[in-house]
Ligand binder design. Sequence first.
Ligand SMILES: C[S@@+](CC[C@H](N)C(=O)[O-])C[C@H]1O[C@@H](n2cnc3c(N)ncnc32)[C@H](O)[C@@H]1O
Length: 284
Amino acid sequence: MTTHHDTHGQIGYEQAENPDLALARLLELDGEVLAPYLAELTGLLAALASPTPTRILDLGSGPGTGSLALARQFPSAQVTAVDISAQMLHRLRERARAQGITGRLSTLEADIDGSWAEIGARGPYDLIWAASFLHHVSDPARTLARAFAQLRPGGLLAVTEMDFFPRYLPEDPGVGRPGLEARLHAATNTQPDHEWTDQLQKAGFSVEKRPFEIRLDHAQAGPSVNPYAHGFLTKLHSHATGLLDTDDLAAWDILLDPSQPNSVARRDDLRVHTTRTTWIARRP
Ligand SMILES: C[S@@+](CC[C@H](N)C(=O)[O-])C[C@H]1O[C@@H](n2cnc3c(N)ncnc32)[C@H](O)[C@@H]1O
């Protein structure tokens, strides 16, 4: 399959050949649909941070959902976005330009498991953000110790994880047997929940754990919910071969085919239900 760009430079419903680009687009859609949650979380950090952050670090920034939300929340802050993927950072710079956020957002292509010399040269930081990222590093305890060292006393570290993958479809989507989406999740979501409280405390932080439950109906989620659900479910489905029975796989083939009238790409009955947990950790 080929990558298809529409007039807005976005990836369409065909699968991208480049997995980084496909993931970037999915993360961008996640940020668009979940914008109210991001605004709530960055608003909470603004209320807890004192003084107002002027230097912010986004670890594993991807295409910059967090960096851009933080740059909007803290209009006088310098934001450094670090990622190992040049493609993710390219998307971030493009999006920053499109949103008029230039001059105070810089990108750093680096392996966070490697040297922190360049990250340190831009610090110390008042706020460090790590969303859907900490479970990617080879040694989370070392990463937390390094983040602690890069924060000024009183500074905040916000670590977020998605503990329950988004659900989009009604119980009976009208294709296949009811409960199709629950069975896809049960078959593919086998990761244990992430729990960072102990490791944060061992690194020296004082920690508050905040759960966020997100429920949006189709109207609240907006038109991006269709490509968002389609991208996410396509990704899960790609891991499901051999894990679901043939009837379920055939039903997913229909639901994920954008040319089908009841495809996830076209339906007007999608909603979003998901949860995120943020550990808000302060360096004493
Ligand atoms: C699931 S994405 C999360 C992106 C973003 N924080 C968000 O919430 O949308 C994880 C990101 O971590 C980056 N990453 C993974 N391992 C890394 C490493 N060792 N050093 C730097 N970045 C890394 C990936 O390239 C990817 O962009």
